[in-house]
Design a protein around this ligand. Structure first.
Ligand code: ADP
Ligand code: MG
Length: 579
């Protein structure tokens, strides 16, 4: 062991940079926050090579005095807080005073600024801290070039240019949503990517999340005590294959927060199929003293003082916003509906895992039902003694439901949901080793975006473990040479796109280990029979038998039901038929 020595300054910053400067997008996030903290209302961002080569951001904010330029680059120097009580109710994005210092320790940074009212601008370079006059009409311009030029080990973790750009784009979208009052403009490799004029939230949400999202979105604006939730939650018809359209903001700060995500997930649980992901942009506002933002250097995690209250509030607000009109139930006799409980919740595992109590009673009702249907004491409907629990298929309704008759009465099956559930279980079982692969005689060609091309190349291993063989066939085209055998008849294009989206953000090893079930859910959804497919009675019966076999896997999943039982007694009541 060596003697104990204080670390050199540069190394301290480089260590701190490990937490804050994960990739170009995290640099960009810090710089955007600084511009907004400085009161900017117009922000222009130029990126080169995914932000690795260059990030240049110009704002029209209040600027920095010449004599403060060197301090701005110094560690633990900030203009935003000066006491613990400031920290406890911080309203600015920044407060740690270490972003610029960290960035400057792993890249070439130049900061030019013109203090509001000053007659000229000055520029400082991080390498020698030399200050020289600059040409800048107003505000501040920060240039970060050659990220990780001096830390090759970190450089190795950078992904392909398209992926790094995609992350930058995402950071910009989040900021743009958080601050509709500011104008944003960004370009990549000198190509203009987005230009957003200052707007209200509706205008910004429409521009950033798209017309289609907006058309499906329920607007929210609810307050209780000092909690306020506003924003948009898309109805389930606009659900997504991935979690790419889920935005939560707390006091204007984009956060990834389990508590909030869980509250929203629960609010959707009744209406959203388990393998699909909700789309929303929600803004929670509360007294800054009620939330700790100093949890992680990147400041995307928060801690609520009254976490239960926040959870309940968000859950209720979103659930009310989503409460759908009674729809199909309207045509039946309302008095009898209570008896028509789904016999089991058979959907897929909801993202975020198990453990929401609401589904349990329904599941046990199913087991009771199966027990009753099999029990010799059940009312012996003639000819049904050996009938399987879900009975035999009678017909297909509107290409969506399978009608079957069993001892208790009528069984209605949502054939897509049921098949999806079966596939999911099979995939899970098969996943033990590698999924069996089936080669395609003729590779399927698939147009792909830059990001999709990049993800396919980087995640070839993960895709192989999932049973896919995918290769680039051109600059914007993928060739699918093999697919999982279980999904040989699936629509490969949609399926693969959904998978690539899931794989985009996570390293391969993690994806398979931690998110495997969600991926399988995505695959099952795309592999399952689509609505409107005509099935023969034999096929329908096969589906029913597979459902029974799957249930015996004794797995309690959550989501929408795959089938319901309409007992004869209830049908009799509907027709006022005494027995
Ligand atoms: N775009 C900008 N406009 C005006 N001042 C800025 C800008 N960027 C940085 N600064 C100044 O530099 C300081 C240090 O920035 P930073 O290292 O990000 O720490 P923090 O944001 O936590 O204070 C800020 O407190 C602010 O005074
Ligand atoms: Mg900052």
């Amino acid at each position: 062991m060596n003697a104990i020595k204080p670390l050199p300054d540069l190394l301290i910053s480089q260590i701190a940079a490990g937490e804050v400067v994960e990739r170009p997008a995290s640099v960009l996030k810090e710089l955007l926050e600084n511009s907004l903290d400085a009161g900017a209302s117009d922000i222009n961002v130029e990126l080169q090579e995914g932000g690795v080569r260059l990030i240049r951001i110009s704002d029209d904010g209040g600027g920095i005095a010449r004599e403060d330029l060197a301090l701005a680059l110094a560690r633990h120097a900030t203009s935003k807080i000066c006491s613990l009580s400031d920290l406890e109710r911080v309203a600015s994005y920044g407060f740690r005073g270490e972003a610029l210092a960290s960035i400057a320790s792993v890249a070439r940074l130049a900061l030019a600024s013109r203090l509001a009212g000053a007659d000229r601008a000055w520029r400082i370079k991080s390498d020698d801290l030399a200050i020289a006059p600059a040409a800048l009409a107003k505000g501040t311009q920060v240039e970060v070039a050659d990220l990780y030029f001096n830390t090759p080990a970190r450089r190795k973790f950078l992904r392909q240019e398209a992926t790094e750009y995609a992350h930058c784009d995402e950071v910009l979208r989040r900021m743009a949503l958080a601050r509709p009052d500011a104008a944003f403009r960004w370009s990549h490799n000198a190509k203009l990517k987005q230009q957003l004029a200052a707007s209200d939230l509706a205008g910004r949400a429409r521009a950033v999340l798209g017309e289609e999202f907006f058309a499906h979105a329920q607007q929210l604006s609810v307050s209780a005590g000092d909690l306020r939730l506003s924003g948009y939650a898309a109805d389930p018809a606009y659900s997504r294959a991935g979690r790419d359209a889920q935005y939560c903001f707390v006091n204007g700060r984009y956060v990834r927060d389990r508590l909030l995500a869980h509250a929203v997930l629960q609010a959707y649980a009744d209406v959203l199929h388990g393998s699909r992901h909700a789309a929303y942009a929600l803004f929670l506002e509360l007294d800054p003293a009620g939330v700790d933002v100093n949890v992680h250097p990147a400041k995307t995690e928060v801690r609520f003082r009254e976490s239960r209250g926040v959870h309940q509030f968000v859950f209720t607000a979103v659930q009310r916003a989503l409460a759908a009109p009674p729809g199909h139930a309207a045509s039946t006799h309302p008095a009898n509906l209570s008896a028509w409980r789904p016999a089991q919740q058979l959907g897929l595992v909801a993202p975020g895992g198990a453990g929401h109590a609401a589904a349990e009673p329904a599941a046990s009702a199913y087991y009771d039902f199966v027990a009753a249907a099999r029990s010799p004491n059940a009312p012996p409907a003639a000819g049904f003694a050996d009938s399987p629990p879900l009975g035999h298929a009678l017909a297909q309704l509107h290409g969506i439901y399978v009608l079957a008759q069993n001892a208790a009465g009528l069984v209605l099956v949502d054939m897509h949901a049921a098949h999806e559930r079966i596939l999911y279980e099979k995939l899970k079982t098969a996943m033990g080793a590698r999924l069996a692969t089936q080669g395609l005689l003729v590779p399927a060609l698939l147009g792909a975006s830059e990001t999709e091309m990049a993800t396919a190349a980087e995640q070839a291993e993960a895709l192989a473990a999932l049973g896919f063989d995918v290769a680039a066939a051109g600059p914007r085209e993928l060739a699918v040479r093999a697919v999982p055998a279980l999904l040989a008849n699936a629509d490969v294009g949609d399926l693969l796109r959904a998978l690539l989206l899931d794989l985009r953000d996570y390293p391969a090893s993690e994806v398979i280990a931690a998110r495997g079930n969600e991926l399988l859910a995505t695959m099952a959804c795309h592999g399952a029979v689509r609505a409107r497919r005509q099935l023969s009675l034999v096929e329908m019966d096969a589906l029913l038998r597979e459902m029974e076999a799957t249930e015996r896997a004794d797995q309690c999943n959550h989501g929408r039901p795959t089938w319901i039982q309409l007992p004869l007694a209830d049908l009799d009541r509907l027709f006022l038929r005494g027995r």
